[in-house]
Design a protein. Structure first.
Length: 325
């Protein structure tokens, strides 16, 4: 039996085909279209699913179920993404469940927020992860998948865990991609770090090697200049402050034993991202400080979680697979 996992991010779309043991047999990926509309994104998803099936040597109709981990917000009733914060406004509605189900000829298509798929992946593929844990992504956006007492929290509409839209700055210095002010994501996501750096530099225009005025200025430039440029170090320290504040809020809400961190910003800069958070948390957290570590699954955490969802009927329950006849 074959299963499909899909990871729809704001930057990349990935798909994997696996068997009943969750071993990956084939995969495919491509960049996420920036438009002209949501249908273009849907077509990209179908393209990578077809590519993963080809790589696995199967026809799409041979897959019996699919899991999708997607950027949000989601409309689970309609099986779509509605108004994603990190894609252009023209990408208003992205149909997913219906088109993927038709391609695979199956009604078993399970849609999750990408970070919920991430925590499913963490718990399904690693026996060392506890029943109380959080998977946090710091990438184009910021979000979390939460497990409490072994129960994965998704919310009635699938949008639990949108922690990047917690207000961390009541003064609203930065505007988030969703259009609201003061959100964690507005300061610390890969898309917004360069915008934050520009605003900080406008307030205090000190000499810097960072290409502040370059339209291609990115978070990569900030992290590459770390240790060599005083202003870059200042930006990274400010980002660490907001990251630690956001994680402290998560800790106080859910009391996890582990916070497992993924996403391109963290995976590519673990020392610059995680070490300052670990240093700052004890000063911010009233209860027990959990272990904060980089995910063991790397870039595969969401797609492997989506695959695990397909195997388990959307639950992520490893026992369902282990006890299958």
């Amino acid at each position: 039996m074959y299963y499909v996992g899909v990871d729809l991010g704001a930057t990349n779309v990935r798909a994997a085909v696996g068997d009943e043991s969750a071993a990956v047999l084939g995969s495919a990926s491509r960049g996420t279209p920036r438009g002209p509309n949501g249908i273009a994104v849907t077509e990209a998803v179908l393209e990578v699913v077809r590519g993963a099936c080809t790589d696995a040597g199967i026809a799409p109709s041979e897959a019996i179920a699919a899991g999708i981990g997607s950027i949000g917000p989601l409309d689970l009733a309609e099986g779509v993404v509605q108004g994603p914060a990190n894609l252009p406004d023209t990408v208003e509605r992205i149909p997913l469940v219906g088109p993927v189900g038709r391609l695979l000829d199956t009604d078993e298509v399970y849609l999750h927020n990408d970070t919920i798929a991430g925590v499913i992946g963490e718990r399904f593929h690693s026996e060392r992860n506890p029943d109380d844990m959080v998977y946090l992504t710091i990438s184009s956006g910021i979000g979390a998948g939460v497990a409490v007492d072994g129960n994965i929290l998704s919310g009635w509409d699938g949008n639990a865990g949108e922690v990047g839209h917690m207000t961390v700055d009541p003064h609203g210095f930065m505007t988030c991609g969703c259009g609201l002010d003061g959100h964690w994501e507005g300061y610390c996501s890969g898309n917004n770090i360069p915008k934050y750096a520009r605003e900080l530099h406008e307030e205090d225009p000190i000499e810097t090697i960072l290409p502040i005025e370059d339209p291609d200025f990115s978070a990569v430039d900030v992290f590459e200049a770390a240790g060599e440029d005083t202003f870059a170090d200042h930006v990274i320290d400010q980002v660490a402050h907001w990251n630690a504040m956001g994680i402290a809020n998560i800790i106080h809400a859910y009391a996890p034993l582990v916070v497992s961190v993924g996403g391109a910003v963290a995976l590519n800069n673990p020392d610059r991202v995680l070490d300052p958070i670990r240093e700052k948390l004890p000063e911010m957290v009233f209860i027990n400080v959990p272990e904060v570590r980089l995910t063991d699954l790397g870039d595969d955490v969401v797609v492997k979680g989506a695959l695990a969802s397909a195997l388990t009927g959307g639950t992520g329950d490893r026992a369902r697979v282990e006890n299958a006849p």
